[in-house]
Design a binder for this molecule. Structure first.
Ligand code: PA5
Length: 420
């Protein structure tokens, strides 16, 4: 189970302050179960690791096996919550025996053409994912890829399109039913950014060959472990600590990892917290950084710039492999003092040194320590952050499950595009 370490908040957040937040965190946690609380229609994710559709789960496994047997490439089309969870998982656990490409997550002709190049001359399938069924970026990309698939396969294309969408509503559902595509459901009570453990994330992840039963198992472990209703619960401590820091003027949370493959976990977190909390003129601004890479760029600002940020560092102890630093006869680089040491030792010292330096510099860190890199551990991490975000959003006094602010640019764009 992941471990939360708040020792680097010393001087910024005390144990007494955390304890004093108990009633507030308890009330926020209770709101996730209160039908009168804001956003109460969208809390299906709270029990999803246990209360998921088992028949659909089996269908996902079956569809994934079919995709793996008849496709060299799977094009996953979706944006925001309809893509980030799968992308984050597949950056950590790269697809085996198949290539998974993501499209429809920008309006870049360059990106779209790159993915088109990848399917040319290959056997391939599409998983189009959109809860609303009408989001512009995936809808445009799907039109292009569907056209290419039909040109290549004719009527067989219909057996190569998998649509993940609302169970009854939306344009995508209508066209999927009309053409006989296999469909998977985004549950009504699960919003996009909380949907990684639904068919939205599970089909592409399973198609990549990653064990989704383990991913769900990790989330289930976390669901049980973090349901505890007292301040020993790491979710409570994290939600309380970040709200205390925010109230002290720490308005930016920098999600940092020491694993480049976790960079999209950072993207997923930016959406989760940004869309859940950034509203009504409030909210911590979520940002992300890769250490040690960004210690050579953002590191200057973190250490010495405006004191309005704190870090949440995700640190994985055992990444499943290591590299021994070799001995050098000439020692021209003066590194023989590290000869025989594993690279993970150097990383660990960089991690410790950075925590201390940033703490001294007034940029305190919350540390989330994971013992290993496995689908189970990642499932646990996803659930930990989802629950923390729901609780924290309620502490902030916002509805953590809507996103009214994302409509404004669309309104302007549609007017400029001349949408009828
Ligand atoms: O969290 C959310 O609800 C959004 O970010 C959506 O996931 C995103 O806008 C995509 O929406 P849809 O799945 O309806 O295409």
């Amino acid at each position: 189970m992941l471990k939360l370490d708040l020792s680097n908040l010393e001087g910024a957040v005390s144990q007494e302050q955390l304890t004093a937040m108990t009633a507030e965190v308890a009330a926020a946690h209770d709101k996730l179960y209160d039908p009168a609380a804001p956003g109460s229609d969208y809390v299906g994710w709270v029990r999803l690791p246990e209360d998921y559709d088992k028949d659909e789960f089996a269908r996902i496994q079956k569809a994934a096996a079919k995709i793996r047997s008849d496709s060299d490439v799977l094009v996953v089309i979706g944006i925001g919550g309809s893509y980030l969870g799968a992308r984050a998982t597949l950056e950590v656990f790269p697809a085996q025996g198949i290539e998974i490409c993501f499209a429809g997550c920008s309006l870049s002709p360059n990106e779209l053409n790159r993915v088109l190049d990848k399917v040319r001359g290959k056997n391939w399938s599409i998983n189009v994912i959109s809860k609303s069924g009408g989001t512009t970026e995936p809808a445009v990309a799907f039109r292009v890829f569907r056209d290419a698939l039909v040109k290549q396969y004719g009527a067989e294309a219909n057996r190569r399109i998998y649509a993940t969408t609302d169970k009854a509503r939306g344009a995508l559902k209508g066209v999927a039913d009309a053409n006989g595509w296999e469909t998977f459901v985004v549950p009504d009570d699960v919003g996009g950014r909380y949907s990684v453990l639904s068919a939205v994330g599970l089909l592409p992840i399973a198609a990549a060959g990653v064990d989704i039963a383990e991913l769900m198992g990790g989330a289930r472990d976390a669901m049980t472990a973090f349901d505890r209703r007292d301040m020993s619960n790491p979710v409570w401590q994290y939600a309380a600590a970040r709200n205390l820091l925010y109230r002290q003027g720490k308005k930016i949370e920098l999600f940092c990892t020491y694993e480049p493959s976790y960079s999209f976990v950072g993207e997923w977190l930016k959406q989760l917290f940004g869309e859940s909390e950034g509203k009504d003129g409030k909210g911590i601004f979520p940002a992300s950084a890769q250490f040690t890479t960004d210690l050579h760029s953002l590191g200057q600002y973190i250490q010495d710039g405006e004191r309005h940020l704190f870090e949440t560092v995700i640190y994985v102890d055992d990444t499943g492999c290591d590299v021994a630093i070799p001995y050098s006869d000439d020692n021209g680089d003066n590194l023989n003092y590290l000869a025989g040491r594993p690279l993970s030792f150097v990383r660990e010292m960089a991690f410790r040194g950075t925590l201390a330096a940033h703490k001294d510099g007034g940029a305190p860190s919350i540390v989330i320590r994971m013992d290993k890199m496995s689908p189970r551990a990642l499932g646990e991490l996803f659930y930990f952050f989802e629950l923390s975000c729901g609780v924290s959003g309620h502490m902030l006094g916002v509805n953590p499950f809507n996103q009214p602010g994302v409509e404004a640019y669309k309104k302007n764009m549609f007017a400029l595009l001349g949408r009828p």
